[in-house]
Design a protein around this ligand. Sequence first.
Ligand SMILES: Nc1ncnc2c1ncn2[C@@H]1O[C@H](COP(=O)(O)OP(=O)(O)OP(=O)(O)O)[C@@H](O)[C@H]1O
Ligand SMILES: Nc1ncnc2c1ncn2[C@@H]1O[C@H](COP(=O)(O)OP(=O)(O)OP(=O)(O)O)[C@@H](O)[C@H]1O
Ligand SMILES: [Mg+2]
Ligand SMILES: [Mg+2]
Lengths: 262, 262
Amino acid sequence: APRVIAILNQKGGVGKTTTTANLGAAAARLGRRVLACDLDPQANLTTHLTGDLRREGPSVYDVLRGDHPLADAVRETSVPGLSLVPSHLDLAGAEMELAAAVGREQLLRDALAGFLSGAEDGRRPELVLLDCPPSLGLLSLNALVAAGEVLVPLEPTFLALQGLAKLLEVVDLVRRRLNPGLRLGGIVACLVDARTTLTAEALAEVERHVPGKLLRTRIRRNVRLAEAPSHGRSILDYAPSSRGAEDYLALAREVLGGEGAP
Amino acid sequence: APRVIAILNQKGGVGKTTTTANLGAAAARLGRRVLACDLDPQANLTTHLTGDLRREGPSVYDVLRGDHPLADAVRETSVPGLSLVPSHLDLAGAEMELAAAVGREQLLRDALAGFLSGAEDGRRPELVLLDCPPSLGLLSLNALVAAGEVLVPLEPTFLALQGLAKLLEVVDLVRRRLNPGLRLGGIVACLVDARTTLTAEALAEVERHVPGKLLRTRIRRNVRLAEAPSHGRSILDYAPSSRGAEDYLALAREVLGGEGAP
Ligand SMILES: Nc1ncnc2c1ncn2[C@@H]1O[C@H](COP(=O)(O)OP(=O)(O)OP(=O)(O)O)[C@@H](O)[C@H]1O
Ligand SMILES: Nc1ncnc2c1ncn2[C@@H]1O[C@H](COP(=O)(O)OP(=O)(O)OP(=O)(O)O)[C@@H](O)[C@H]1O
Ligand SMILES: [Mg+2]
Ligand SMILES: [Mg+2]
């Protein structure tokens, strides 16, 4: 069974989408078959990987409503080995629409299970990344129920640290009630500006609260990462010798670490 | 009647809370009586202005549920002339809880109207700022219905621009259906790093899409702004000679512009 990782932090703008796109691309570069899923109504991941928001065809919205199987929504991206379940602006209404559905938190898990069991051996993804919106609502809960682990991108600033305890509480609640296999995979420091004392203080604070969970790889602030989405490409294709490409390849090696080469 | 401004952008991490706290503090420094309201379950504004999340007493959650009038929730902050309606982590459940309430979008407007009509002339706020969560759900809709104008903080990057059209669509929808007086007050560029071409391109793109709505004042990236919240103080008290303090005082003068001195 593939590894399914939810990329989640309810704090906004901490690098969730940038991490999903570039960790996915780096894992594909290392030979994994990767499926990324955009659960954010802003559809930033979809824009980042395809450069095109006017696309036709079913999206994750149609899948969650049960109108289409997940296989209908999967499409290729600009990155070989990385495919995508796109989002759509209509997803913004999904939280209210699905609030009363039976088993509303497991809609994504069931859709993913159907897709994985139906895929041929040579085409089944080995890694699934779920990009979440900046909230702990129904879309993020669906990701936590479908996932085996959670990766938390975190900007090392004071305000960004405030929500960490609440996030870990919700992960714990989902593990106890809906998904016993769910574990905290790690916390990855993003947008790191190593020159400021604020960064060092914030990272020390994380280590104190959740010892051993901060990943070794730090994603440094690098303007190339903010430019890449406007070209519809990952950092590996847009600026292969940049710090951003270096950091996300290192992150992929660390996250895939124990798995060895394919 | 006071000016009521919703500070909203569904894109995460673009400077909504930083703008609410520091624009509020700068307007108070210029002599206005200001009330800030924290509508985000993350309660970042509450932390920023009081430094204390363990507080007792009613919050905006109790007000929206109808358990307390707004006056019960209002409390002082570290800034003279700036008071606050605090948030609470329980607010995260409000969107689901209130989804079926009659008139669910106008709960805040009615609570605010009750507070303003009951306040004595010398204590009634002249400016109300509503800090919104990174979404266009029920809490943000309540802000749009209660407000006379919307101020949109925007980070000048490609991904941050993606949601602007959707945001303006929702503002327009609220104006047509729920709040005919609502207008777009302006777009304020935050986290501005003037050295990169990405910034200039993104700002030119905003000017093309919404001519004349970009405010003159730009809030430059300044680490002091990210440090101030950990001291529970505004930038004006924490680092009075910083670029951050300079920029938010300039923003307050521009936003209050036509009103003249009190
Ligand atoms: N390491 C980095 N260096 C420079 N810019 C970055 C970096 N990581 C992300 N960015 C930029 O910062 C902004 C926020 O990142 P991103 O959109 O990935 O965060 P997010 O957590 O997905 O936001 P949201 O909460 O809105 O979903 C984007 O404009 C992005 O391009
Ligand atoms: N001009 C600035 N210079 C440097 N840091 C800033 C600036 N403005 C905001 N920040 C920092 O950037 C991060 C995001 O800002 P803030 O929390 O105000 O955004 P937000 O839009 O309210 O986020 P959310 O979507 O999570 O509510 C915070 O850590 C904040 O301290
Ligand atoms: Mg995102
Ligand atoms: Mg905020």
